[in-house]
Design a protein around this ligand. Structure first.
Ligand code: GLN
Length: 305
């Protein structure tokens, strides 16, 4: 497996220079585009790495499935479904994709910014910091890594410049879908996006979703199987934003990308995969990361279709 991963990185390396790092969050523009890493956790619990698997980057939107899971655990499915829909929008992750009609839950899904910001309000906690800390604990547990922390520079950078997210949050408020203070809700969202991980962490988190919520080592059912199935289904249709259809054809597994350059892919019952390469395509997905996943899927016949 290690040799296969090394070969894939080598073949896909030219693609690391083909995209652009995210620069709308100034701190992310400092990423080194030559960094390229992959980690795969297989069903025997072994983690296989190649390249820069020890490099840290921020989760960004890869935290969205965690926010969805936390909201499901805290409030149940009915409450979550009242606030957000599950249909793919086919639009960019931060689009104001609403014509002149009133914004309704069915217009948004948990993997676009609007849906994820709304879901932060469903997490239990006296304050938004407490809500965030509970989310961080869940993420640490799924990654089996108690040392996960936020990258403060990225958090502050996004907090300072995240006006599009402010606009989206105020739009939710205008349509009665968000009741709390916008800055407090966004503080939780920005912190969540700034959780710093490696590709190994993503492979482990992905594996818990692939294994339907069950920790392989301890046998503990960390969250209901049904939630894992639902999250994987939403990731299949919306996880790569307006690139989800193409990704379904070429890779064929649920996955989530983030503008930090990470991708977490879930091969149900078989694997959790973490990728890192910070240069992005126009949709905010890692160019080399997608190429590497395409090759891996072809080699190991990973597509669920
Ligand atoms: N923090 C980023 C934002 O809200 C996350 C977006 C992404 O990773 N696609 O803009």
């Amino acid at each position: 497996m290690e040799n296969l991963l090394k070969d894939i990185l080598k073949t896909c390396y030219p693609y690391t220079g083909q995209g652009k790092v995210a620069n709308y969050i100034p701190q992310l523009a400092k990423a080194d585009v030559t960094e390229f890493g992959i980690s795969v956790m297989t069903e025997d619990g072994v983690i296989h790495n190649a390249g820069d698997s020890d490099k840290k980057f921020t989760m960004q939107s890869i935290v969205k499935p965690m926010i969805l899971l936390m909201a499901l655990l805290d409030q149940g499915e009915e409450c979550v479904r009242r606030l957000v829909g599950v249909e793919a929008t086919g639009k960019p992750f931060d689009a104001f994709n609403y014509s002149d009609q009133a914004l309704k839950s069915e217009h948004i899904n948990p993997m676009i910014n609007t849906g994820s910001i709304a879901l932060c309000t469903l997490i239990k906690g006296e304050t938004y910091l407490e809500k965030f800390n509970r989310l961080l604990e869940l993420t640490r547990k799924m990654a089996d890594n108690p040392s996960l922390e936020i990258d403060r520079d990225v958090y502050l950078s996004e907090k300072e410049t995240g006006n599009k997210n402010r606009a989206l949050a105020y739009m939710l408020k205008a349509y009665g879908m968000l009741h709390d203070d916008v800055e407090e809700v966004l503080d939780c969202y920005f912190r969540a996006c700034s959780i710093s991980v490696t590709s190994v962490d993503l492979a482990k988190i992905g594996f818990t979703l692939a294994n339907r919520g069950k920790n392989l080592q301890t046998g503990e059912q960390m969250f209901p199987e049904k939630y894992a199935r639902d999250i994987n289904a939403v990731l299949m249709t919306c996880g790569m934003y307006d690139g989800s259809g193409e990704f379904a054809l070429n890779v064929g597994v649920p996955a989530k990308s983030g503008v930090g350059g990470g991708i977490m892919a879930i091969v149900p019952h078989r694997m959790g995969i973490g990728m890192y390469s910070p240069a992005l395509d126009g949709k905010g997905n890692s160019v080399a990361g997608i190429k590497a996943l395409e090759m891996l899927s072809e080699h190991l016949d990973l597509s669920i279709f």
